[in-house]
Design a protein around this ligand. Structure first.
Ligand SMILES: O=P(O)(O)OC[C@H](O)CO
Length: 472
């Protein structure tokens, strides 16, 4: 099986508990939230300053780095960390893989609440507002001297996502876009042109019908029931997910999940299911979707660019050629997409030596060469222009055009509040509400799309209101 981090299905209720956990740290005097998967298996960095005297008489320091990657991605993180340790002067990094963004967020919020956070934690993009509200982290711009890094060289959409109110709070590391992957051999067998993959909802439906009517696959397409794609499709229609310019001009107070844009998305997605052209792997079921596509039950999959490398290998192992295309758009509009992925956060309360060591690791992990290495092995696009230049000079994209898709898609994205990505404290919980809303709409006797979205909006707005009440 391929090396994508295996993300477990969400356990109902954990999202809401997470919100209370981290936000409570700043506003409720540090009450402990749901610890998720416990959060202590990697050891902790508190209790001492983590420093010892090295054999050469210099000071050594050990730091903890918690991340969300699993499998092959976790190995690639370890490879980068190992090479960092080899060139560093006395810094040891102990990594803990939590295998899922939600689990690592829960573990980190729990550790922050109990005063034992790691020196570095990887938090997915939708945890950004929650982390800021916790007031538990030090902005990376305050840790890394400006003469040690050139942020002007970072990709604008990446930096813009994480630079909030003029401050870069966390270090971009793994950034992604949603894209489509498809089976070129299946397309050819069905009489479809593999050089012209579908680019719209209608195109996907038509291609799915051709693939199945020609008997090439059982079902046209699969993708996890994941709010991330809904978020992208809202942006494609230049509609923000939440008000106040997606929560960037002021705290979000309500969602736009009752708009025509949302209706377009869910009508297509429910209709595709009703036509037996959508293989529904389940809520946030990345692994199941991957399995369905690689075993050629479907001819197309919507996924993250973060997994091109292992997916290409998986396709080759299963005897077909994978290609990539832009995320299909609901209709004629294609404003663009917000970035996905995660960034790296440094908590307050570390010793000077630990904070400095965390800063050194951040610098190393975002070096152009390291970002290029990370991109080659995964599909996450590099967060720096210099890395892309290095890869171009090496001829990487000529040999591997599928790695270019997300970068081109990002470059074509218009910069608008909709594509800048939403900020809101209860985002993990909101994602779950959206995903469960879809489940309700495809159930026998379930609500119509319009009724379902009305309920989703009401539930999301309540979650936002309830969170805002807690942090205000
Ligand atoms: O799988 P990734 O790392 O590309 O992330 C996808 C989403 O942005 C997670 O929030």
């Amino acid at each position: 099986m391929t090396g994508r981090h295996t993300r477990r299905k969400f356990i109902q209720g954990a999202g809401a508990a997470t919100v209370a956990g981290l936000a409570g740290c700043s506003s409720n005097g540090g009450s402990s939230g749901d610890g998720g998967d416990g959060g202590s298996s990697g050891g902790d960095s508190g209790g001492s300053d983590g420093t010892t005297m090295g054999s050469g008489g210099g000071q050594s320091v050990t730091i903890q780095f918690w991340h969300a990657m699993g499998g092959d991605l976790a190995q690639r993180i370890d490879d980068i960390v190992n090479s960092f340790e080899e060139q560093s002067d006395g810094i040891t990094v102990e990594t803990t893989s939590r295998n899922s963004y939600r689990d690592n967020l829960n573990a980190t919020t729990s550790a922050v609440s109990s005063g034992n956070p790691p020196a570095l934690s990887q938090i997915f993009e939708i945890g950004t507002q929650l982390a800021i509200d916790s007031q538990a982290f030090v902005p990376v711009e305050d840790i890394i001297p400006s003469d040690r890094i050139n942020f002007d060289n970072f990709l604008d959409p990446v930096l813009d996502f994480y630079r909030i109110d003029g401050k870069l709070n966390s270090m971009p590391f793994n950034s992604s876009n949603a894209i489509m992957m498809y089976n070129r051999d299946a397309f050819e067998e069905a009489g479809l042109d593999p050089d012209s993959p579908p680019t719209t909802y209608q195109g996907i439906t038509d291609a799915a019908n051709t693939l199945t009517s020609e008997g090439v696959v059982e079902t046209g397409i699969t993708f996890p029931n994941h709010s991330w794609f809904v978020e992208g499709w809202m942006a494609h229609q230049n509609t923000t997910l939440v008000n106040n310019e997606n929560g960037r001009a002021g705290r979000a107070t309500e969602s736009n999940l009752d708009t025509d844009a949302a209706q377009n998305i869910f009508e297509w997605w429910v209709d595709l299911y009703d036509q037996d052209q959508y293989l529904n792997p389940g809520i946030e079921a990345w692994g199941e979707a991957q399995q369905a596509f690689l075993t050629q039950q479907t001819g197309m999959i919507i996924y993250s660019t973060s997994s091109i490398a292992p997916m290409k290998q998986g396709a080759a192992d299963n005897g077909f050629e994978l290609d990539t295309a832009y995320l299909p758009a609901p209709g004629g509009d294609r404003t663009g997409l917000p970035i996905g992925g995660a960034s790296l956060w440094v908590p307050q309360g570390l010793s000077d030596a630990q904070q400095q060591a965390a800063g050194e690791l951040l610098l190393y992990m975002t070096q152009p060469e390291q970002q290029a290495r990370w991109h080659r092995g995964t599909g996450y696009f590099p967060v720096r222009e210099e890395s892309i230049t290095l890869l171009e000079e090496d001829g990487f994209y000529e040999e591997n055009p599928s790695f270019r898709t997300a970068i081109d898609q990002l470059n074509e994205t218009e910069s608008t509040p909709a594509t800048s990505g939403a900020l809101m404290g209860p985002f993990p919980e909101v994602r779950t509400i959206i995903e469960e809303g879809y489940v309700s709409m495809i159930q026998d006797g379930g609500p119509s799309v319009s009724e379902g979205l009305s309920q989703v909006k009401s539930d999301v707005d309540s979650a936002i209101q309830s969170y805002n009440d807690r942090v205000s």
